[in-house]
Write a protein that binds this ligand. Structure first.
Ligand code: ACO
Length: 431
């Protein structure tokens, strides 16, 4: 028998019975959709206790430290799969066959070039513009190039949108960097893998040959895979909400990027590097640990703790290994800043304050260190995150539009403003 919950009211109003739904995993949810008809809404700013949709894509258990994409544990995917396969999985729900994977990769390669006219969009920005601002602007501008003839209710059209976005974001990201640097834009090369192509467009110049380092390409691919989706976070919810009106999908993904840009979401890895720069030397770690524990000091140890994971984030465990592989490959284990980061990690993992509060190093702690080791500047860190998350955003958007029950997102509010009052003409408003 289906479980229900009964709402009773202290003023004697008739009680309301609501169904309880249980997903594959996770907390049961009370289906409140009929509440409006009874004259009530619920109030939940920040959606801390509200499920905004049903989804088959990603499952997170923060207490247990679990992350599944389409049911597959992140560890299995990180060690046995790659970003292209995971992008296919997120989008289509199943792992591809060899033929499907080859076709998917071919399609992504085929779409990686930007419309020639888009170069002019980049050139409209000032050189010093933050690469994330350029990324948002250029991705949004794609809506001007791909608008007519989009039938969002045709699965084939949605697939083309998804492929285009996954294919073009590395080109947009690296060109945002090149524009900052004053270097010529580098075109994608179809013989390279997705991660190799990123390294090529980011670091090569027309002056000399460039061969992407396979260890760095593998590390990058793993970082992309680990960041590909994280269920209904702020940016994915933004893409869904924007897309729920049937808006142009390139504009919707640009909106998701804008949400990701915030320091409370995608900006933390940049903050980790800033903290390490400020710290300057291993000898100052105790001072920073002391400040982090001091409740009268607003300072927090950047790269530690997570809103959802109250156990080690499974992605952090994997990315930590990748971090050491990259540092070894680049012979940076003895670099003073990386030594400082590793010492900070060691102390925090042993300190009772952090242990008792379940404050583990998070994925941002390690990704910032890896990116810097690779020569990617902090201003590009959120861009890297946006690039990786694009496959998740398009999968979430596609899932929403393919649901026949989909509705425009329209939250309610608890109005606390003034009661009705009469307009006062200017000459009667006093000084
Ligand atoms: N340094 C020191 N103390 C911390 C930290 C930290 N990084 N994070 C949490 N705490 C303490 C809090 O002061 C609080 O202590 P108290 O119980 O004595 O009052 C306790 O741990 C719980 O903290 P909350 O703020 O309730 O935890 P919440 O889940 O709301 O915060 C958050 C999570 C925002 C990530 C927080 O840990 C933080 O600010 N971390 C640093 C920033 C960071 O690294 N963000 C990246 C997150 S990962 C991602 O977005 C992909």
């Amino acid at each position: 028998m289906k479980k229900t919950v009964t709402l009773t009211f202290s003023d004697g109003s008739p009680s309301i019975e609501l169904p309880i739904e249980q997903g594959t995993y996770g907390k049961p949810v009370i289906d409140i959709r009929t509440l409006g008809a009874h004259g009530y809404f619920t109030h939940d700013p920040g959606f801390t206790a509200t499920s905004s949709c049903t989804s088959d894509i990603t499952y997170i258990d923060g207490d247990e430290g679990l992350l599944y994409y389409r049911g597959y544990p992140i560890e299995q995917l990180a060690y046995q799969s790659d970003y292209m396969e995971v992008s296919y999985l997120l989008l289509h729900g199943e792992l591809p066959t060899a033929v499907q994977k080859t076709a998917f990769e071919e399609s992504i390669r085929h779409h990686s070039l930007l419309h020639d006219q888009m170069e002019n969009v980049f050139r409209g920005f000032r050189r010093s513009a933050h690469p994330m601002a350029v990324m948002i602007g250029v991705t949004g501008a794609m809506s001007a190039f791909y608008h007519e003839g989009n039938d969002l209710f045709d699965p084939k059209h949605r697939e083309i949108v998804a492929h285009r976005l996954i294919a073009k974001v590395p080109t947009v990201a690296t060109w945002a960097y090149k524009f900052n640097e004053g270097q010529p834009f580098v075109y994608p090369q179809n013989h390279l893998s997705y991660a190799e192509n990123f390294l090529h467009m980011m670091f090569s110049t027309p002056c000399e040959p460039y061969v992407p380092n396979p260890v760095l390409a593998r590390a990058l691919d793993r970082i992309f895979l680990l960041h590909a989706d994280h269920e209904q976070n702020a940016s994915a919810s933004t893409v869904r909400l924007a897309g729920s009106s049937g808006a142009n999908p390139y504009a919707c993904v640009a909106a998701g990027m804008a949400s990701l840009w915030g320091p409370l979401h995608g900006g933390a890895n940049e903050a980790v590097l800033k903290m390490l720069d400020d710290m300057g030397d291993v000898s100052r770690i105790p001072e920073y640990i002391k400040r982090a524990k001091d409740k009268s000091d607003g300072f927090r140890l950047m790269g530690f703790g997570h809103r959802v994971y109250k156990n080690m984030d499974p992605r952090a465990r994997i990315i930590r290994e990748t971090c050491y592989e990259v540092l070894d490959e680049l012979d940076l284990r003895d670099d003073p800043q990386f030594k400082m980061a590793m010492e900070l990690e060691r102390i925090a993992l042993e300190d009772d304050y952090f242990i008792s509060r379940k404050l583990y190093p998070n994925v941002d702690f390690y990704s910032g260190i890896i990116f810097r080791a690779m020569g990617i500047p902090p201003s590009m860190f959120t861009v890297m995150f946006a690039l990786a998350r694009t496959s998740g955003w398009v999968a979430q958007w596609n899932e929403m539009l393919s649901d026949p029950a989909h509705k425009i997102g329209r939250p309610r509010q608890l109005y606390t403003g003034p009661e009705r009052r009469e307009y006062v003409p200017m000459d009667q408003r006093g000084a």
